[in-house]
Write a new protein. Structure first.
Length: 85
């Protein structure tokens, strides 16, 4: 029997204006927000080359990350969740 998808994780969420500037307009599920965020990070080469777990924020991401210039990928999901409702 296949595992049931977590419906809370797949539920479309409303996205803040700051986050929408990075990932596009919502609503979209949290999983899609995280995917879009990684596309943006890789496209703009924002991953730290020495420590791949760290994201070097540009101006758009600083708004999402609460003004922080460097965020690790685990902290990133917590900060992004503040922009979803």
């Amino acid at each position: 029997m296949p595992a049931k998808a977590n419906s809370a994780f797949m539920k479309p969420m409303t996205i803040s204006a700051d986050l929408a500037a990075v990932v596009g307009k919502g609503p979209m599920p949290r999983s899609e927000v995280v995917k879009a965020l990684w596309v943006y990070i890789k496209k703009h080469n924002l991953q730290d080359p020495k420590n791949k777990r760290n994201i070097n924020a540009d101006e758009a991401l600083k708004k999402v990350f609460g003004g922080k210039a460097v965020v690790n990928m685990f902290e990133m999901t917590k900060l992004v969740s503040k922009h979803l409702s």
